[in-house]
Design a protein. Structure first.
Length: 283
């Protein structure tokens, strides 16, 4: 098993410009935003007054949600950006997100390298479907699972923008779907999951990631064919890198496993932490 800092990179349509003072400054295509960032506990390289001059929007936190403040007239509330051959719709949401997690670029590149024609790919907690689009573009049979129907609709928009077809959409609890696939005997070349730190199920049931990781790993491990891979992203203060290593040793000791911290460097030279990632190549 290897362990290290894993740095993901921006691209032509995304730039992490600066971070500090509990915020981050990002460019999405031609639109620049300021968003809260708990990991940016250091001082920013660029003064905040310069941030405000540059940015189109700032998200102002209000309790567990918040609102967007326009810093430039006629700033768009929805727009598109590209990544390689793909297109994504971005929109301002009340939970500060825009519909894409750029730090996942390193995982998209991994999928691009390891998934091809005639493979089968499963995306659990799939959000707006960036990983699904990468796999489908490469010709894989792709299954996209998320319990939130609005997010599946957003992912469909991204598929259409990217001129792709025939992703299988499943509006269901990811763990329940994985257990059913296990019973059906279905197998996949690759699986990625990015579970939230906590959540509320379709029937109002509450769950915490650290209480579900055993079930998630045991269920998904049985779905992967020899030579396939599993990617698990975590961003929970209750699930440390050491605990993720312990789970990797428990479930995947016979396979090639990497457990890394996920980081990005700002253009200004700062380093920002974005959680942990486990990758397993099955022997």
């Amino acid at each position: 098993m290897s362990q290290k800092k894993l740095f993901t990179q921006g691209w032509a349509d995304y730039e992490l410009i600066d971070a500090g003072g509990g915020k981050k400054l990002e460019r999405w295509g031609k639109i620049i935003t300021i968003r809260p960032e708990v990991q940016a506990y250091f001082k920013s390289e660029i003064p905040f007054d310069k941030w405000n001059e540059m940015a189109h929007w700032e998200f102002v936190q209000k309790g567990s949600a918040g609102k967007w403040k326009a810093l430039k007239p006629k700033a768009p509330e929805s727009w598109e950006i590209g990544y390689e051959r793909l297109k994504f719709k971005l929109s301002l949401t009340k939970f500060k997100h825009l519909g894409l997690f750029p730090e996942q670029r390193t995982n998209w590149d991994f999928i691009d390298k390891h998934i091809g024609q005639d493979d089968r790919f499963l995306n659990l907690f799939a959000y707006t479907g960036a990983a699904s689009l990468v796999a489908r573009y490469n010709g894989a049979e792709t299954v996209h699972v998320d319990s939130v129907r609005q997010l599946i609709s957003w992912a469909k928009d991204n598929m259409d923008l990217s001129r792709l077809l025939n992703i299988k959409w499943v509006a269901e609890d990811a763990l329940k779907f994985a257990k059913r696939e296990e019973k059906r005997g279905n197998r996949y070349t690759g699986i990625i999951m990015d579970p939230p730190a906590w959540g509320i199920g379709a029937k109002g049931e509450k769950w915490k990631l650290e209480e579900k990781m055993d079930e998630l790993l045991s269920s998904t491990a049985s779905l992967i064919q020899p030579g396939g891979f599993l990617i698990v992203n975590t961003y929970s203060p209750q699930l440390s890198l050491e605990q993720l290593n312990e789970l990797a040793n428990l479930y995947f000791s016979e396979h090639a496993t990497q457990v890394n911290e996920l980081w990005m460097k700002t253009t200004s030279g700062k380093e920002l932490y974005f959680g942990n990632v486990m990758r397993v190549i099955f022997q």
